[in-house]
Design a protein around this ligand. Sequence first.
Ligand code: ADP
Length: 185
Amino acid sequence: LEPKEEFQHSSLTADVMRPRRSDPPLAVLTQEGMTVEEVEALVESTHYSGFPVVVSQDSHRLVGFVLRRDLLISIDNARKRQEGVVGASQVVFTEHSPAPADDAPPPLRLRGIVDLSPFTVTDHTPMDITVDIFRKLGLRQCLVTHNGKLLGIITKKDILKHMANDCQQRPRLHPLQLKPLPLRH
Ligand code: ADP
């Protein structure tokens, strides 16, 4: 996002983030309880560059963010090289987890690839502030929360598309031109 690009806007992050009402729900991973097969199915059924990791589907408490690329590489490596890791193995993003049952395949521990401090904004954050954060921190994506719960995601491309639409809809006016012209005598 170019620093000089204009963005005079009153919309909120909730207006630009995904998913929209008509979109499928946010694709998330749970910190434990999913199998390698389930994670692979989720990743392969979408094209997203990354996935938030949450405590549970019910709580939607944010744990971190994992890149699609890192997930695929780690699962592929583990399947090839890690003794006993199969489709039914549990994927574990937590630090500690209860020992698996005797007959269960060994878990695949992937905490190492999780960004545990992803940037977040709230859905009520004005878009000009969110745009500023993207510019200043050079972000590609940012997670959106509401009352501490994960609600959505916003990417740099989402912002660029929104800005492009906005420019098409509203002719660019100098702020002073928005005021009524003074009457001429
Ligand atoms: P980009 O916006 O750079 O193409 P992505 O491919 O990651 O990046 O995202 C494509 C679209 O899907 C964007 O509108 C984004 O907000 C949304 N999105 C990204 N990740 C997810 C996800 N895990 N679940 C649902 N939607 C997502």
